[in-house]
Every structure is written in C-alpha cells, then in structure tokens.
Design a binder for this molecule. Structure first.
Ligand SMILES: Cc1cc2nc3c(=O)[nH]c(=O)nc-3n(C[C@H](O)[C@H](O)[C@H](O)COP(=O)(O)OP(=O)(O)OC[C@H]3O[C@@H](n4cnc5c(N)ncnc54)[C@H](O)[C@@H]3O)c2cc1C
Length: 414
C-alpha cells in the first residue's frame, strides 16, 4: 500500500507543485487533491489514509521541497474537534476554510486562575435570544492577535458541578467586546496574549457539541493537542501560517519552503537529532564521546516517540483500543526530547550557543530553543498534570483529593 501511495503522491507533486504559486493558490490545490491532510476522511478534504501512509506523503513533500498543508490550531485542534462534535452544518461552514488555510484559529481555554484546573474557568456565557454574551478573561492565547476565530469554553451554568456547567463555542475574534493584548515571552517574541471579553457575542448556531457538554468537547481538543504536540506526532504541515491576518496567503509558496529548511523548530518536530548531528560534525565536537552519547540518547528518545505514535495509529486502524495513557506519555516524552535537544545542542555549540540572531554561528537556533524549551512542558497540560493522569487513569493509583467534586460551581469556596 505505502509504495502505491508513494508513487501516486510523487506523480501528483511532479504535476502540481509550483513554488511560484501563492500560498493560497497552492493550499486550494491541496484541498482539491486530498494530499494536504491525507489522514482526514475523503469527504472532508482528506484521503482516509493511515499514519504510515501519511508519513510517506510527508516524505514525498519533503523530497520535492513542496509546502505542506496549512498549519496552526485550526487544522491541529479545531478540525478534529468539529469533525467529532460538530453538526453537519457546522462542518460545512468551518472545515473548508480550515483546510484551505483561509481561517486562523486560537484556543481560548486558559484563564488567570484556571490553567491546570481548567474546569475552574470563570468566563461566563449568558443566553440572549439567538445569541450568547461572553464576559471574562483568557490568557496565554497563542496566536490570538492573528486569529479570525477562537475555540472558546465558557461557563453556561454556575449552579451545577464545575465540569458540567461548561459549553464550547466558536468565537468570531473580529467584534467589539474583544480586546487582545500581547504578552512578551523570554524569547523576545509576543506569540501569546491576554484576551479580554466584555460582552462579546456568539450566535447560538456556533455552539459546538451541545449545551453543558463543553468539558467532553474540550477534551477532544486537548487529546488532539497531545497527539499533535507529543513525541512522534505533528510534522507534515507548513511554515506558512493559516488565516487572513497573518499576511502569508498572498506570498509565494516557495518562500516558505526555503525558510523551512532552517529555523528553531528542529528540536520540536522530531528533527533535533538530524539538526544537531550536522552541527556536531561541522564543528568537530562529534568526536567527543560525551556529546556522542548525548546525541544517541536524543536519537533513542525520538525513535521511541515515533514508534509509540505509529503503534497508536496502527492500533486505532486495526479497531483496537489504545491505552488511555499513551497520548500523555507521548506528551511527556516530547518535553524530554526538547530538554535533551537544548542540553546537547548547547554542549555542541559551547559559548557560541548563547549568541542570538542571524549572525550567530548557528543563526541563533540554540539560543532561541534554549529560552523556548520550558514551553512544551507547560502547554497542553504540564508534565506534572500528565503524570497525574497517567498515575490515576493509567496505573489506577489513588486520586488526588478533590474537595470541590460534585459541589455546584458557585458554592465552591474561593
Ligand atoms: C507556550 C505556551 C502556549 C500556550 N498556549 C495556550 C493557548 O493557546 N491557549 C490556552 O488556552 N492556553 C495556552 N497555554 C496555557 C497552558 O495551557 C497553561 O499554562 C497550562 O495549562 C498550565 O496552567 P497555568 O499556567 O495556570 O499553571 P498552574 O496550573 O497554575 O500550575 C503551576 C504549577 O503547578 C503545577 N500543578 C498545578 N496543579 C497541579 C496538580 N494538581 N498536581 C501537581 N502539580 C500541579 C503545574 O504543573 C505547574 O508546575 C500556553 C502555555 C504556554 C507555555
């Protein structure tokens, strides 16, 4: 099967890939072909392929240097959530623009006092005719300043237990009542934001998965996040960013494939070993046995991550149930991979690894990776939370005390 897929996608790329096309024109071509998201169902812009075949597709894209499908949270999180919980009408309304990269999405989950304890969120949604009125504050909203739409969870009923009173909505980010304030990270960039909601509005038609069912819907989003960001996941999407506000859609597709060949994402996408072994060969440090050992540890972690992912997909494909802790283990492994990439990368580069910017010997890759490296062990649920879930749900260990369990949200002491 894989070899048939390989020759089919190769022929298709030879006939269609053109780096002179705009990003939008190329993504439209991908949508029509199904090769952009080969694991998605055929009726929704995919090919219904398994993971192994989808890797073959990615390899062929890389081989010709073709730009991948739209990246970002629309394809990573919103699409699988809407495919699982959305009505037919909602799928038809939202999925085409996600697949073609026309809409950029952000995830409005975390709040100042609801991160690990996400179900403690306080943003309220109040019904007003055919609409809902949203008030509250979200934080750490990646890409919120560049998004067209947001996946928003809000409290629709404070009189029931905290998990039961939450509902999931799609929020139009361009409206009065939404203020997005960038937060500067230690990388120097401002990729995430605070988002203030002051009577922002959502049509009832944009409520996903049923009133009061938001916790289950949000867990689909979080599972997709763990699967996509965990070791062995992700890849295949492109360096160009989806959405009308980013400004990538009208640029030439070839610009992004040239850019994608460098940059800091190596340590985050399973390519860290390849990137660092090249650096070590280039500066001679590959002959240092400690560095070789560190590189091999990184290689082992990456391979384990990839195999775990292939195993999960194969089990799903064969109709078997995967162990519920596997995505949590993948997410934890990815944190290890990023730390190992940072540590061994800085050893390889020595003092030069602390230099910032394009004129640094490594183009500033290691310095940027080093300051970004705490991120993956926090987003999508911290390492400690992943361990709690594995302990409680995977190993059957006693649960953490939950004094607020079953108590109506508005009666929980603060
Ligand atoms: C780069 C980045 C991007 C992000 N993007 C988004 C986004 O787009 N949208 C969004 O909604 N959120 C986003 N987040 C937020 C992220 O999901 C939260 O930061 C995360 O869930 C942790 O919540 P918190 O920051 O409130 O920390 P807290 O929950 O306050 O945790 C603080 C510390 O206490 C530990 N802790 C908390 N509870 C327990 C427990 N029960 N047992 C053991 N240890 C515990 C945690 O592990 C952590 O070390 C992003 C975060 C980062 C770093």
């Amino acid at each position: 099967m894989s070899e048939d897929v390989r020759s089919e996608v190769r022929d298709w790329l030879v006939a269609n890939w053109d780096e002179e096309l705009t990003v939008q024109a190329w993504w439209d071509t991908l949508v029509d072909s199904g090769w952009g998201f080969p694991t998605w169902p055929e009726e929704w812009f995919g090919k219904g392929l398994g993971r192994a075949d989808s890797r073959v597709v990615s390899e062929e894209f890389a081989a010709v240097g073709a730009l991948g499908a739209p990246g970002g949270l629309g394809s990573l999180l919103a699409a699988p959530t809407i495919m699982t919980h959305g009505s037919e009408e909602q799928k038809q309304r939202f999925l085409p623009d996600i697949a073609s990269g026309r809409s950029g999405w952000c995830q409005l989950f975390s709040e100042p006092e609801a991160g690990s304890d996400l179900a403690g969120l306080r943003t309220t949604a109040t019904k007003d005719g055919d609409e809902w009125i949203m008030s509250g504050q979200k934080v750490w909203t990646s890409g919120g300043h560049q998004s067209d739409l947001g996946m928003l969870i809000a409290r629709t009923d404070p009189n029931v237990a905290k998990h039961a009173g939450i509902t999931y909505f799609v929020l139009d980010m361009d409206q009065p009542g939404i203020e997005v304030r960038p937060l500067r990270e230690m990388t120097g960039k401002a990729l995430f934001n605070e988002v203030f909601l002051d009577e922002a509005r959502v049509a009832d038609a944009d409520l996903i998965g049923g009133l009061g069912n938001g916790w289950a819907v949000a867990n689909t989003t979080l599972a997709a996040e763990r699967a996509g960001l965990g070791a062995g996941g992700g890849g295949g999407t492109s360096a160009a960013v989806a959405g009308s506000k980013v400004g990538h859609l009208s640029r030439k597709a070839g610009e992004f494939t040239r850019k994608a060949s460098s940059g800091t994402s190596g340590g985050l996408s399973g390519q860290g070993f390849a990137m660092l072994s090249e650096m070590a060969k280039a500066n001679g440090s590959v002959s240092n046995p400690v560095i070789r050992q560190g590189l091999m540890r990184l290689y082992t972690l990456e391979q384990l991550g990839k195999m775990g992912n292939v195993r999960m997909k194969a089990m799903r494909g064969a109709g078997m149930e995967i162990h519920p802790s596997m995505p949590n283990i993948a997410k934890l492994s990815q944190s290890d991979i990023v730390r190992q990439t940072r540590d061994i990368g800085l050893q390889i580069m020595g003092a030069a690894g602390t230099l910032w910017g394009d004129s640094a010997p490594d183009g500033g890759v290691m310095a940027e990776l080093a300051v970004f490296s705490p991120g993956p062990s926090i987003y999508g649920g911290t390492d400690q939370i992943q361990r709690n879930i594995i302990g409680e749900r995977g190993l059957g260990l006693p649960q953490e005390p939950r004094p607020d369990k079953g108590i109506p949200f508005n009666e929980i002491p603060r």
